[in-house]
Design a binder for this molecule. Structure first.
Ligand SMILES: NC(=O)c1ccc[n+]([C@@H]2O[C@H](COP(=O)([O-])OP(=O)(O)OC[C@H]3O[C@@H](n4cnc5c(N)ncnc54)[C@H](OP(=O)(O)O)[C@@H]3O)[C@@H](O)[C@H]2O)c1
Length: 360
C-alpha cells in the first residue's frame, strides 16, 4: 500500500533504502519486533513488492532534491537511511530533516559523511533535531569502545582501534568501498584530519584469536571518536594479510586510476554479479572483533569487543537506536552513538561482550 506524503500520525519511522540488502534485514526485523515502519526507496516496483510482503506502508521518492525529500518526511519522527553510498544520500536527507524536525539516523561508515553531517550541529541543536549517522557496525561498537577507553583513561592523547575477524561483505558495502578506492587514507593528528597514503601504517594487533597484521584504513572513527572523546590522535586499523598490505603499497600510485568512470562502471558491474552479502547462516554464526588502545604516553589501557556478524549487528544497532529516538530519547545536534546513548549502548545487543584486557 503506497501512501501520499503529509498524512501520517506521529511516532513514525521511515526506513529509506529498505529493499537493499541491509535495508531488508532492518525492515524485516522491525516488523518482526512490532514496529510499523514506512518503507521507502527510489524504485516503485521494489518498494511496492516489499511493502505488500511485509504489510507495511510504502513511499517512493528520490533523494536528489531536499525539498522533495522533506515533502515525503512530513509527519515522520525518525528516518533511518540505509541507502548508500551515503555521500550521495545523507546531505539531502539532513537538509530535509532540519526542515521537517525529523531525527536523522543512517548506517554510513564514510568518514566524509560524518565530517559533513557534523557541520550541521548548530542548526540541528537549534531545531531540536538529532543527527546520528553511523548506527551500524560502523561505528556503534568502535565508538562505544573509544568512549569506554576514554572513561578508563581520561588523559589519553592517542587512540588506536582495530577491526578483526570480519566475514563477507554485501554488494552495497563493496560498491561504497569501490567508490573510495582511489582516495588516500585519513587519520586524526593533533585534532586535525590528515590525509595519508593508502596503507601508510600497519601494526601487529593482539586479537583474542592471535596476533594479526592490521593496516590503517580511512574509517569513520577518525571523525566520530574525536567527537566522542576529544582524543586528538586517532588511527583505525583493519586486519589485513601482510601480502595485501605489501601489494597495496607497491601499486598505490595506480589506485587513482581505479576512480575513472569506465573502471568504476566495470567494478560496479562485477560486484552486482558476484557479491550477494552474508547468507542466513553467516548472519547467525559469524562474528567480529574490535580491539582498542588508549594511551597518554605514560599509561595505557586496552579493551576488546566481541560482536555478532557485522550485518546482523548493523540490523540490531540500527533498530536499537531508532527505537530510542522514536521513544523521544534523541538529544539534539550532531551525535555519535556514544554521545547520544553512552559507551555501554553496544552491550545492549545480544552477543556483544566487552573485555578489559588490561593497562600497562
Ligand atoms: N555501518 C555499517 O556497518 C554498514 C553495514 C551494512 C551496510 N552499510 C552501508 O550501507 C549501504 C547499503 O548497503 P547494502 O548492503 O544494503 O547495499 P545494497 O544491497 O546495494 O542496497 C543499497 C540500497 O540503497 C539504495 N540506493 C543506493 N544509492 C542510492 C541513491 N543515490 N538514491 C536512492 N537510493 C539509493 C539502493 O536502491 P536501488 O536498488 O534502487 O539502487 C538500495 O535500496 C552501503 O553504503 C554500505 O556500505 C554500512
Amino acid at each position: 500500500m503506497l501512501s501520499a506524503p503529509g498524512v501520517l500520525a506521529m511516532s513514525e519511522l521511515l526506513v529509506y533504502g529498505s529493499y537493499g540488502y541491509t535495508g531488508t534485514l532492518v525492515a524485516e526485523q522491525a516488523v518482526a519486533g512490532g514496529l510499523d515502519p514506512i518503507l521507502a526507496g527510489r524504485s516503485r516496483e521494489a518498494v511496492e513488492e516489499q511493502a505488500a510482503a511485509l504489510d507495511c506502508r510504502g513511499r517512493v521518492f528520490t533523494t536528489e532534491d531536499p525539498a522533495t525529500v522533506a515533502d515525503y518526511l512530513e509527519g515522520v519522527d525518525v528516518v533511518l537511511n540505509c541507502a548508500g553510498p551515503f555521500v550521495h544520500t545523507a546531505e539531502p536527507f539532513v537538509e530535509a530533516c532540519l526542515t521537517t524536525g525529523t531525527h536523522y539516523l543512517d548506517i554510513t561508515g564514510e568518514w566524509q559523511v560524518f565530517r559533513d553531517v557534523a557541520e550541521h550541529d548548530d542548526r540541528a541543536t537549534e531545531s531540536g533535531v538529532m543527527l546520528l549517522p553511523g548506527v551500524g557496525f560502523d561505528v556503534v561498537p568502535s565508538d562505544c569502545l573509544a568512549a569506554h577507553l576514554h572513561d578508563r583513561l581520561p588523559s589519553a592523547t592517542v587512540l588506536s582501534l582495530a577491526l578483526g575477524g570480519l566475514g563477507g561483505t554485501s554488494c552495497g558495502t563493496a560498491k561504497t568501498m569501490v567508490e573510495n578506492i582511489g582516495e588516500d587514507g585519513v587519520v586524526r593528528r593533533d585534532g586535525e584530519l590528515v590525509r595519508v597514503p593508502t596503507a601508510h601504517d600497519d601494526r601487529e594487533i593482539p586479537f583474542s584469536y592471535g596476533d594479526r597484521t592490521a593496516m590503517a584504513i580511512p574509517w569513520g572513527d577518525v571523525v566520530t571518536a574525536y567527537h566522542s572523546t576529544g582524543i586528538p590522535n586517532v588511527t583505525v586499523y583493519s586486519e589485513t594479510h601482510p601480502k595485501t598490505v605489501a601489494r597495496l603499497r607497491r601499486f598505490r600510485r595506480l589506485l587513482p586510476l581505479l576512480s575513472s568512470a569506465p573502471v568504476q562502471k566495470l567494478l560496479t558491474w562485477l560486484i552486482d554479479r558476484r557479491i550477494d552479502g552474508p547468507d542466513e547462516q553467516q548472519l547467525e554464526e559469524g562474528s567480529g572483533e574490535l580491539w582498542g588502545e588508549a594511551t597518554d604516553g605514560a599509561d595505557r589501557v586496552v579493551s576488546r569487543l566481541r560482536t555478532p556478524n557485522p550485518y546482523a549487528l548493523t540490523r540490531d544497532t540500527a533498530l536499537l537506536t531508532a527505537r530510542r529516538a522514536l521513544g523521544g530519547d534523541a538529544p539534539a545536534g550532531f551525535q555519535t552513538p556514544s554521545t547520544a546513548y553512552g559507551a555501554d549502548l553496544v552491550l545492549e545487543v545480544s552477543g556483544v561482550e566487552r573485555t578489559d584486557v588490561g593497562g600497562v
